[in-house]
Design a binder for this molecule. Structure first.
Ligand code: FES
Ligand code: FES
Length: 363
């Protein structure tokens, strides 16, 4: 098996577990959803080798599962499927919803299922099916299962306003390096056509930095802390992460550490992480900015952080930030590949696919 084999291909082609379907193959439709260590994940954007030692459960693994049996019956009764292509992924996500969110209402079920697309049913039968099983278990403490979370994190991230997020961030001490195994780590660097002191000053100008970062909005700041939002859109899923961060800058070493956390109330996704950047001389009047980001993303959107695409996104975002910063310092034209006000990952995916195809065919 090649190292780049995705989990979905491994399951289907090597293990012949063809209940896991492939639709879009880039993390949008949810047809390939399986459980990885008891959490729903997209097997089309997960490398099989990355699952070494983890527990994978496909739709075939639920044959004797009582709750899944109820959901299967409810999907049939409520006409929650037609062609059935989306159904394996729908059932696995639905079971997670029933377990994780006892008493959840229709609106929230739709939000929770927004990462699973169905081209046939119009969703009403699916939502009715899940609702009927939720109702059947309304007072059933056995089904209720708290969302799994890494040790040391708070019980629950409230869908908080910015002020609450600040308190939440203060309460979160990022775990030390040994405990950050499994976090996504991305390193990038870019060059700004301006001298080191100019770039160092610009990076302390938080409104300027936010204006250069696609999807970012600054709501409050002082010299050492920022609060704001980051809007992200991926196909039908949209998230607006509210968060805050502390910034420590070392003027002598031209190095800064930014620690922060944020959450999106709509999708119940939350993230925390650390960004470090360091400036070095790149040549006369030019500065290189080396950036290292480590983050942990939990919740439905976490499925999009486990692939090489996440690194490609980061590369694109950093490139846009660098171009915008260069432009703001009078060293080039800004780029405008993102619609104003949000970071459109779907658009980035298509642009990445186009550029990969162009490379492949020499276009
Ligand atoms: S096949 Fe569409 S998300 Fe994996
Ligand atoms: S039942 Fe056909 S795609 Fe959902």
């Amino acid at each position: 098996m090649a190292a780049r084999t995705h989990l979905a291909d491994f399951l289907r082609d090597h293990l012949r577990l063809t209940g896991t379907h492939l639709g879009c193959e880039h993390g949008v439709c949810g047809a390939c959803t399986v459980l990885i260590d008891d959490k729903p994940a997209r097997s089309c954007i997960t490398y099989a080798v990355a699952c070494d030692g983890l527990a994978i459960r496909t739709i075939e693994g639920f044959e004797d599962d009582a709750l899944m049996g109820e959901l299967r019956q409810a999907f049939s009764r409520e006409h929650g499927l037609q062609c059935g292509f989306c159904t394996a992924g729908m059932l696995i996500s639905s079971r997670d919803i029933v377990q994780r969110l006892p008493g959840v209402d229709d609106r929230r079920i739709r939000v929770e299922l927004s990462g699973n697309l169905c081209r046939c049913t119009g969703y009403l039968g699916i939502v009715n099916a899940v609702t009927s099983v939720v109702e059947a278990h309304r007072n059933d403490a056995v089904v209720a299962k708290p969302a799994s979370r890494p040790a040391g994190t708070p019980e629950r991230f409230a869908p908080a306003g910015v002020a609450e997020m600040a308190a939440e961030t203060a309460a979160i001490a990022l775990p030390d390096e040994a405990q950050r195994q499994g976090w996504t780590r991305i390193e990038e660097s870019f060059v700004i056509a301006a001298p080191l002191p100019v770039v160092w000053r610009a990076l302390a100008d938080f409104p300027k930095v936010a204006a250069c970062l696609p999807g970012a909005e600054l709501t409050e700041h002082d010299d050492r802390s920022v609060k704001g939002r980051l809007k992200v859109k991926l196909g039908p899923m949209a998230a607006s992460f509210a968060g805050s961060a502390s910034v420590q800058r070392d003027d002598a070493a031209l190095t800064a550490v930014v620690k922060g956390a944020g959450s999106d109330g709509g999708s119940r996704s939350r993230t925390r992480g650390q960004l470090t950047y360091r400036l070095t001389l790149e040549g006369e009047g030019r500065s290189r900015v080396a950036v290292a980001v480590e983050y942990d993303l939990q919740g439905p959107l976490a499925q999009f952080s486990r692939s090489s695409l996440a690194r490609d996104f980061a590369g694109r975002i950093v490139a846009e930030f660098a171009a915008n910063l260069n432009a703001s310092l009078g060293a080039g034209a800004p780029v405008a590949t993102q619609p104003a006000g949000s970071l459109n990952l779907g658009q980035l995916i298509w642009s990445l696919i186009r550029s990969r195809l162009a490379r492949l065919f020499g276009g």
